[in-house]
Design a protein around this ligand. Structure first.
Ligand SMILES: Nc1ncnc2c1ncn2[C@@H]1O[C@H](COP(=O)(O)OP(=O)(O)OP(=O)(O)O)[C@@H](O)[C@H]1O
Ligand SMILES: [Mg+2]
Length: 313
């Protein structure tokens, strides 16, 4: 009997941007952006207000022309194949108006038809998507009665109507309540597991930490490449430990080769990788230290963000 082992599919870049720039008058909103987003993965786009995230996403969506640089989305160039790009991406803007007098289902059906999906199929997809974003009870109600967070969810359903392979989500969690945020996180992971590429901007970094495979940091219109990746990797090596007897914890750690830092919120050590963390914990316990807390220090993305140059425009 022979067994064939399916080779793992190599990563496929769904979005590639190289040296992209865009000015508005004398404001250089995006100065030099370079990024790659793989199919089947979630990438965060992170940076302070005014650093150019929305401008960059508009260019990736083919809604704004870059002054410089090259972009490829699903293998197409938004400048020359705008229709193909629009067909392959779902765009969720940071603020979306709704047609107040249409019901939620009518809204989605109309969007489907705009993508040339037949009416009956559009309705069926609309129904399924309303269930997916937990708005089924609003299917027959006008969009104007939706709360802000519900409008955000309708906006996400709109972005998914034509089953796009790339999703650009600009602050999708804005205005969502805690349950909806958790559901959004799970939905975004599901969408990536279906093979889609997701680029998501958000200012809630702790939330992104649990959702994303990769992160792109922006500052003053520029993407920070390897420099930011190194900072994220470094932030991931910090662990916070606490024990019932903190003095014993500290003296035990000081007797080892691990660098120890005492902070107001506990003892912080640097450990590289899960295996070393597991070994360090087992070693502490074997030394009689009664550890009650042992885990990475907060959010790696948040630490990286704070370590970036302080900037406001
Ligand atoms: N249409 C426009 N005309 C003139 N300036 C613009 C325009 N759009 C954006 N800008 C400027 O470009 C810069 C980048 O704006 P952008 O909206 O891309 O930032 P952002 O990173 O999305 O910020 P935020 O986190 O607040 O959403 C800002 O200085 C902004 O004032
Ligand atoms: Mg923005």
């Amino acid at each position: 009997m022979t067994t064939t082992i399916e080779p793992e599919a190599p990563p496929r870049a769904a979005i590639v941007a190289q040296g992209v720039a865009r000015s508005f008058g004398d404001v250089r909103a995006v100065d030099n952006a370079t990024l790659t987003v793989q199919a089947g993965s979630v990438t965060a786009l992170i940076g302070p207000n005014g650093c150019g995230k929305t401008t960059l996403m508009l260019m990736l969506a083919g809604l704004l022309r870059p002054n410089e640089g090259t972009i490829s989305v699903g293998g197409n160039d938004p400048r020359t194949d705008a229709a193909a790009v629009r067909g392959s991406i779902g765009w969720m803007p940071d603020q979306l108006g709704s047609w107040d007098n249409l019901t939620c289902l009518q809204t989605l059906t109309l969007i489907g038809q705009a993508y040339r999906i037949p009416k009956a199929e559009s309705r069926a997809r609309g129904d399924a998507l309303l269930a997916r974003v937990h708005l089924e009870e609003f299917a027959q109600r006008p969009a104007r009665v939706l709360s802000r967070g519900q409008k955000q969810r309708l906006s996400l359903a709109r972005a998914l109507m034509h089953d796009p392979e790339v999703l650009l989500l600009d602050e999708p969690a804005n205005g969502l309540d805690p349950r909806s945020r958790i559901e959004l996180r799970d939905l975004v992971r599901e969408l990536a597991a279906e093979g889609r590429a997701v680029l998501i901007s958000s200012h809630v970094l702790a939330e992104l930490d649990e959702m994303v495979d990769d992160a792109i940091f922006m500052s003053k219109g520029r993407t920070l490449g390897d420099e930011a990746s190194a900072m994220v990797a470094e932030a991931k090596t910090k662990y916070r430990i606490d024990a019932l007897d903190r003095d014993l914890l500290i003296s035990t750690l000081r007797g080892s080769s691990v660098p120890v830092e005492e902070t107001p919120t506990g003892v912080v050590v640097r450990i590289d990788g899960d295996t070393n963390a597991a070994e360090a914990l087992a070693w502490l316990v074997s030394k009689g230290v009664r550890v009650h807390r042992f885990g990475p220090v907060g959010s790696a993305l948040e630490q990286t963000y704070m370590a970036m140059n302080e900037e406001r425009r």
